[in-house]
Design a protein around this ligand. Structure first.
Ligand code: SAM
Length: 400
């Protein structure tokens, strides 16, 4: 990995891709066990964005055609997804070459991953900016020296570091270009929700129906909850649970924007103890999208994840799955999903649940084969070397 101060490099010139991923050998083994093939091709795919910026059309308010038309009137090309009726995407353009300037601003990981897609750099995401002055042409690089974008500084470095708010670099050229979705009228009017295709597939597979009782155990920021509301036309009884106040706030803002407030009961609870805290609810179906290693999320400029981290996250996921089995109705359905590509969080944990006799795997409908891999057990894997982010889904049925 190129260290800060030593030099800067283009991501496609990084010789040893594993230097960007600070993964223990056992984490790498877990990824290869899940996906097969060689780790370098998997990690290389993770450094690139998916081919399209996917979004879900809020079919309770608009049709796909109407939304595509509105986006195109604002100057972007948008397309319908061939498999999911509610999905559309705007292609992501790039990679482009960004010529290194004399003055450099170093951004943190989160800001770097937005800036490389064309977002402006906000002051809180700046790690260092030397003697940059307002009006300077600068290059934004990540902490590990990857060249991301060029732009103009809108304030002096010392002011950015002091006030820690507002746009510091207006990005004019970036490695990739994604449409600024939040600036489009379809966003303001609550007609779309940005969501990867695999994530939409998870709610779709739960197939929520009117009058069913459904719990979204890890709901915020509400991507799947909103989708479940749309799929059931607001007729299912949905409990959206999350333990984070700030993420619940974010979920409420999204649901409000989409016109869905009042269509789900939002509860701040620890989902590991729902059988004690939500004793009166016996759901027909549960969606469980727990915290995970996020190893499938792309693009990534670097990532650190240890075997110890993996063991601890699997323990947490197991606890949530066990609690789901306690509250679910007999023979009830659970969709388990993660945006990760390790065997242990996904196939491994599902195998364990099956072997312990808690759940059985339900075979997914045949359309899923068009977009993902289905294992002999019936679990679904999105390989990041294909079009979409890495993702895992299992449809599980409580055995008794
Ligand atoms: N399903 C969401 C969506 O589609 O927008 C994303 C969920 S995110 C992967 C995981 C969420 O789990 C976070 O919002 C986090 O706050 C929540 N979480 C973590 N531990 C939890 C717990 N013990 N109980 C409830 N929520 C929890």
């Amino acid at each position: 990995m190129v260290m800060r101060g030593v030099g800067y490099i283009y991501i496609d010139e990084v010789k040893n891709i594993r230097s960007l991923f600070l993964y223990d050998e056992k984490v790498i083994e877990s990824i290869v066990k899940a996906l097969g093939g060689d780790i370098d091709s998997i990690l290389t795919s993770i450094t690139k964005p998916p081919a399209g910026l996917y979004m879900r059309v809020n079919l309770l308010r608009a049709s796909r055609e109407m939304v595509i038309d509105m986006i195109e009137r604002e100057g972007y090309r948008a397309y319908s997804d061939a498999v999911l009726d509610e999905a559309i995407y705007i292609p992501i353009e790039g990679p482009y070459k960004v010529t290194l300037r004399d003055k450099v601003v170093v951004a943190d990981k989160r800001a770097s991953e937005s800036v490389m897609m064309g977002s402006n750099l906000y002051a809180p995401g700046v790690i260092s900016c030397g003697d940059v002055r307002k009006g300077d042409d600068v290059t934004v690089v990540s902490e590990n020296g990857i060249i991301l974008a060029n732009g103009k500084a809108l304030m002096d470095c010392k002011d950015a570091m002091r006030i820690k708010r507002g746009i510091f670099v207006e990005v004019l050229e970036s490695l990739y270009r994604a449409a600024p979705l939040r600036e489009l009228s379809v966003w303001r009017e609550g007609l779309v929700y940005p969501q990867s295709l695999p994530s939409m597939v998870a709610s779709k597979l739960l197939n929520p129906e009117a009058h069913e009782v459904i719990i979204d155990m890890c709901a915020a920021p509400g991507g799947k909850t909103g989708h479940l509301i749309e799929l059931s036309k607001g007729m299912a009884t949905i409990y959206a649970i999350d333990h984070s106040a700030s993420r619940i706030q974010e979920m409420m803002e999204h649901l409000e924007r989409l016109g869905h407030m009042g269509r789900a009961a939002i509860l701040r609870l620890d989902a590991r103890y729902l059988s004690k805290d939500l004793t009166h609810v016996r759901p027909d179906k549960i969606i469980l999208d727990p915290p995970c290693s996020s190893t499938g999320v792309r693009p990534k400029i670097w990532h650190k994840f240890t075997w110890k981290d993996l063991e601890s996250i699997v323990r947490y996921q197991r606890q949530l799955l066990e609690e789901a089995s306690r509250i679910l109705k007999n023979k009830g359905l659970l969709v388990y999903s993660t945006c990760s590509i390790t065997y242990d969080e996904n196939q491994g944990l599902v195998n364990e649940m099956v072997n312990r006799g808690i759940f059985e795997v339900v075979e997914p409908p045949s359309w899923v084969k068009k977009i993902a891999r289905i294992s002999s057990l019936g679990t679904i894997t999105f390989d990041p070397r294909d079009k979409h982010p890495g993702f895992f889904i299992a449809i599980l049925k409580k055995t008794s």
